[in-house]
Design a protein around this ligand. Structure first.
Ligand code: GLY
Length: 359
């Protein structure tokens, strides 16, 4: 089954896409570990406890439950998990397994990054969003009230085990939210992937196995390639933030409770696509194709009570803002983007208002 490699200055690991890969978990466990801490949610555990217990095959382990939800992705929860690890006798030879959606893999990765100044983590994402984006690439962290993922660290996993089969237990809304991150990969780097999303949306929404595997593989391939080229987001990796500037503002403005991350990114991609056209970066035909494709996987929740100015007010605390200047990832055509700084606020307001009007 397909396997993609991330190579950075400090790590090299594979992201493997394979049905029932959990049954081969033992092959990815380091030889000398004292005990394993599986960080998960009760929902994921209800569905997959037996598969994980079988895979761990009697190895000493503890299951740590995280409440789930973007609003719980906070430092206090990481501290509570670390206390449970200490109480269970964790040491530097312990391993964390992140077993859940993108929120879980972000939190588990961050816990591993800072526990005893760093222990290994293995990621097993169970949502589409986790599989195609969050669990690959070593970004870990938690939210502040002021903004999304403002505390965090780069901590590369030992491996990322991706089983497309587990998506069958995923609520449809979560699945659709993950599709927006797939679409993002298409817009930024693969016209082929974009065309699959645009022309095979019915099969994708119906979760036909062949097409689901194909879009996961292409997204993971792109993610691994980009992270290998630029682990710490000094340059190329910034393209993965297409839709995230306004998307993060929307999540923070709604206190992380109204929109799933992928839904906020869908809104952000809509605004960024309008902005690219208004800024003269993107031809109208491509602009319309991207906007139509975003709509295919919607709708996202209503944006009642949100104004363009509220979102603009949030941009200053985005971690992508440098020297007071907001960066936008803007498509130049389908499959290619550019990074633009210092766009006129009036244009950003106009693009955001256009996305609000369309929602
Ligand atoms: N989710 C964006 C990145 O990993 O860089």
């Amino acid at each position: 089954m397909p396997s993609y490699t991330v190579r950075t200055s400090t790590a090299q690991y594979d992201a493997i896409v394979e049905r029932n890969i959990l049954s081969r978990l033992a092959e990815y466990l380091p030889a000398r570990i004292s005990q394993i801490f599986v960080v998960t949610t009760r929902d994921v555990w209800n569905y997959h406890a037996k598969a994980m217990e079988d895979a761990l095959d009697g190895r000493k382990h503890h299951v740590l439950f995280f409440p789930g939800g973007e609003d719980k992705k906070r430092m206090s929860e990481v501290e509570a998990l670390a206390e449970q690890m200490m109480a269970a006798g964790a040491d530097r030879a312990s391993l964390v397994i992140g077993f859940g959606g993108g929120i879980v893999t972000d939190v588990a990765g961050f816990l591993a990054a800072i526990f005893l100044r760093g222990i290994p983590v293995l990621q097993i994402p169970t949502t589409l969003l986790g599989q195609v984006d969050a669990a690959v690439g070593g970004k870990t962290g938690v939210n502040l009230v002021s903004g999304k993922n403002l505390i965090g660290s780069f901590h590369q996993p030992l491996a990322v085990l991706i089983d497309p089969e587990v998506l069958r237990t995923l609520p449809e809304r979560e699945y659709r939210a993950g599709l927006y991150e797939v679409l993002k990969c298409g817009v930024i780097r693969s016209k082929t992937l974009f065309d699959q999303m645009a022309f095979q949306s019915a099969d994708i929404l119906g979760q036909h196995p062949g097409i689901v595997e194909s879009i996961i593989c292409e997204s993971v391939r792109i993610k691994c390639e980009v992270v290998t080229a630029d682990e710490k987001e000094g340059d190329l990796r910034r393209i993965l933030n297409f839709g995230h500037t306004i998307g993060h503002a929307l999540e923070a403005e709604t206190k992380y409770t109204r929109f799933l991350h992928g839904e906020a990114v869908a809104f952000g991609m809509n605004a960024a696509t309008h902005l690219a056209h208004l800024n003269g970066t993107l031809p109208l035909a491509d602009c319309n194709s991207i906007l139509s494709c975003i709509e295919l996987f919607g709708p996202i929740p209503k944006l009642e009570g949100i104004s363009a100015d509220m979102l603009l007010g949030r941009l200053a605390s985005d971690k992508k803002t440098l020297h007071g200047k907001v960066h936008f990832v803007l498509p130049t055509r389908i499959g290619e983007v550019t990074i633009v700084t210092g766009i006129d606020t009036g244009l950003i307001r106009q693009a955001t208002a256009a996305a609000l009007a369309a929602s």
